[in-house]
Design a protein around this ligand. Structure first.
Ligand SMILES: C[S@@+](CC[C@H](N)C(=O)[O-])C[C@H]1O[C@@H](n2cnc3c(N)ncnc32)[C@H](O)[C@@H]1O
Length: 184
């Protein structure tokens, strides 16, 4: 499994613990996060998890078709260069594998954001954290997405990269929700 934008590595370590036969790699472009993730790994004592500091849009060239599952947790709306990330996910995902992207469950449309509790909770925070983070590419490639980018536009972006969006449990994929599951 690949945890792209793994942050402090808690989720990757937990998956490694729960599935000792699996092999988990967490990547993040932030070295401080990777250092913390390695500390977490030492604390938890898992051996099947590895952390690498690299940008999601430039993964190692020998990772083509490598992963059965790619997790992108609270990264897409935050990331500068989301197209580069999607291209790399397409390359490294096994043809039978699944990818899942979690982001705050907020609509892309201001009309649907108005009077919506989730939007009220996440959008103010996003203005000061997610949105500037998504603008932070030194080459000026950052789109400034943030939480207001929303569910529908995220789904369009995934489809634009040629993925097939899969229904999540019994929830219709067109319903605003945290998670989108997709495959090649
Ligand atoms: C909101 S945090 C989420 C961390 C973790 N996935 C979690 O759920 O706890 C977003 C993380 O994505 C990382 N990130 C954003 N864009 C990235 C990119 N292009 N390549 C690698 N990591 C990226 C950031 O450094 C940050 O650690």
């Amino acid at each position: 499994m690949l945890d792209l934008g793994c942050g402090y590595g808690r989720h990757a370590c937990r998956v490694g613990q729960l599935y000792p036969e699996s092999s988990v790699i967490g990547v993040d472009m932030d070295q401080i996060s990777i250092d913390r993730a390695m500390e977490e790994q030492q604390t938890v004592g898992v051996k099947n998890v590895q952390f690498i500091c690299t940008v999601g849009g430039h993964l190692p060239s020998d990772w083509t078709d490598k992963f059965d599952f790619v997790v992108i947790n609270q990264v897409m709306h935050d990331a500068p260069g989301v197209d580069d990330i999607m291209k790399e996910v397409k390359r490294v995902l096994n043809p039978d594998g699944f990818a899942a992207a979690w982001d705050p469950p907020v609509s892309s449309y201001p009309k649907e954001q108005a009077n919506n509790k989730q939007a009220q909770q996440f959008l103010p925070f996003s203005v000061f954290s997610c949105l500037p983070m998504s603008l932070s590419d030194p080459s000026g490639k950052g789109e400034g997405l943030g939480v207001g980018w929303g569910y529908q536009r995220k789904k369009e972006k995934i489809e634009e990269h040629g993925f097939r969006v899969i229904q999540c449990g019994d929830v219709d994929v067109n319903t605003v929700q945290e998670r989108i599951v997709f495959k090649k």
